[in-house]
Ligand binder design. Sequence first.
Ligand SMILES: [Fe+2]
Length: 202
Amino acid sequence: MFISDNLCDLLHVAFLHNSARKNSSSIGNTLMENGRLDVGQRGDSVIANWTWTDVPTPPTWRRLGNLGDRADGWILSTFVPPSFLINPIGFAEAGTGGIDSPLPQGRGKFSFTNYQCITPETERSTHFFKLVAHEWPADLIPHGLEMIRNVNAEDIWAMELQQQALDRDPAGQMRPIPTDEGVIRMRRLMDRLLKEEAARAG
Ligand SMILES: [Fe+2]
């Protein structure tokens, strides 16, 4: 569930993957707090889309996309139960159209889409499959993959700490903040589907 939480709340990029943190993947910066969140549901899918307009370009995007000082960004999330997530993510030169910017990859834009599938292995471990769709030129591929590996390591670090906190205090309550709306909807949806499944099983 922590992986689904993580991927339904992509504002964490502004904090966890922040360039101000030592050794960070630097794909975010604190100014990304001031983005726009659009949350919705389409059937049993939960959508939580973050977009940013004219923010200082986070360092890693700047380097990989050959971007200037200001950029428009998008980090989108569609959760399809029980545990599939589609996450387009990228930054493009400010004012060039965001996700629709016609600028080439590595020349004013850097973006990709993660298709992710989580399936539990045991009570306390999980498989996590991630497919990265991109249109990067060949010379950017190793750098893009390195960025994704660094981001994954930061997410795993945070999720292990969450698990340790839950183990110490199993009755501990999560305290949602307004930007958690995507996570809350996803968890509500999963509760409902589990209840419906239990009712069917009698
Ligand atoms: Fe992350």
